[in-house]
Ligand binder design. Structure first.
Ligand SMILES: [Zn+2]
Length: 356
């Protein structure tokens, strides 16, 4: 969905720290466009998902199972660049200024991965120069054979020197309390290599949130929303200054919350937890970062609160100091111009605190 240019949320700078690469859904979009054919019908897929699977883990297990084109298509470097660029284009079209694309499987181990990722970023910057993108690797612990895990870990550490920004740890079992001791040891190595660390946890229940929060070097958690059910977990997230990557539409579609109205986003903010907005699996979920900001606005968040979510994201981003400084300066400029626009429309002086 592309917001009309005069929509109040269209001009709001947006950031998305939690976007999966969705390889074949994006390859399908790229190839359908080139071949002049219809896209795979994700809306029909979502209707079947909701009709055939109960909310929660059974629905979540369907993510990535539908491949509209064969994965072998991804071997072609030019198509790989085009499908990564497609993720970034969607973000830029929705007014996004910063995106982190997380890659599972062996994708980061492919030849010249970071070079191809940067090529995709430069392609998108031709039309959207404000767009910055970083790459993350998903490291699954407890589901991959030890040799495959070791190769992935070594690859991530080598890629840290080439610009890989961070690692997303997923510990299995995901739906109940897992043993995080291996993940914690790996995290020490990742942190030493300068990689940012986030982890998927607390999407289905309060399980794994405390263990994720105890991960060395971890500063963010993907989802973590069920922390709201336990005041001690809320205090833990605040005490460790952990930012939650919240994916409203994704959580509603997969049924890990009963409805958008009952999503704990606002309660987490009111409790003092730092949160950001995210699309998670935007093609499969059928969302954009613009739609996520709109959904947050529908829960009662003000324009200033939405801007704060972008600020939280930039502050928690796994990017270079230079990029963070530039992005924060652009955000300040956007906030100033929004304030002066409000001033023109209301006749009130702008409420800008000098030095804030
Ligand atoms: Zn995710």
């Amino acid at each position: 969905m592309v917001l009309p240019p005069d929509h109040p949320i269209a001009a709001l700078p947006k950031a998305d720290l939690h976007v999966h690469q969705e390889p074949t859904p994006h390859l399908d979009r790229v190839l359908a466009h080139r071949e002049g054919r219809q896209l795979y019908d994700w809306a029909a897929w979502r209707r079947r998902l909701v009709a055939e699977f109960p909310p929660g883990p059974d629905r979540l297990a369907r993510v990535g199972t539908m491949r509209p084109v064969p994965l072998e298509v991804d071997d072609d470097d030019e198509l790989f660049v085009a499908r990564i660029a497609d993720v970034m284009y969607e973000h830029a079209r929705a007014g996004g200024c910063y995106i982190e694309v997380r890659c599972g499987g062996d994708v980061v181990l492919r030849d010249r991965f970071m070079e191809l990722f940067r090529r995709a970023e430069r392609q998108v910057q031709v039309d959207s120069p404000a767009l910055r993108a970083e790459a993350l690797a998903i490291v699954m612990v407890g589901s991959e054979p030890p040799l495959a895990l070791a190769a992935k870990v070594d690859g991530c550490i080598r890629l840290a020197g080439e610009g890989l920004a961070g690692v997303d740890l997923m510990c299995f079992p995901y739906r109940s309390e897992a043993d995080w001791s291996v993940a914690h040891r790996l995290a020490e190595r990742f942190a030493e290599a300068g990689l940012g660390i986030t982890a998927h946890a607390g999407e289905l229940s309060t399980d794994n949130i405390a263990a994720a929060a105890a991960t060395p070097g971890l500063t963010r958690i993907g989802h973590g929303i069920h922390a709201i059910e336990n005041p001690a977990l809320v205090e833990l997230l605040i005490g460790r200054d952990i930012t939650l990557e919240c994916a409203l539409s994704c959580n509603v579609l997969f049924g890990v919350v009963p409805s958008l109205a009952e999503h704990p986003l606002v309660r987490l903010i009111d409790a003092g937890v730092k949160v950001t907005l995210a699309t998670d699996d935007p093609v499969q979920v059928g969302t954009t970062i613009g739609a996520e900001y709109e959904a947050a606005a529908s829960l009662g968040l003000s324009h200033d609160q939405l801007l704060q979510l972008t600020r939280n994201a930039i502050e928690a981003a796994f990017t270079t100091d230079r990029r963070r400084k530039d992005l924060l300066a652009e955000l300040d400029a956007a906030a100033m111009s929004a304030a002066s626009f409000d001033n023109r429309s209301t006749g009130q002086p702008p409420n800008v605190e000098v030095g804030s």
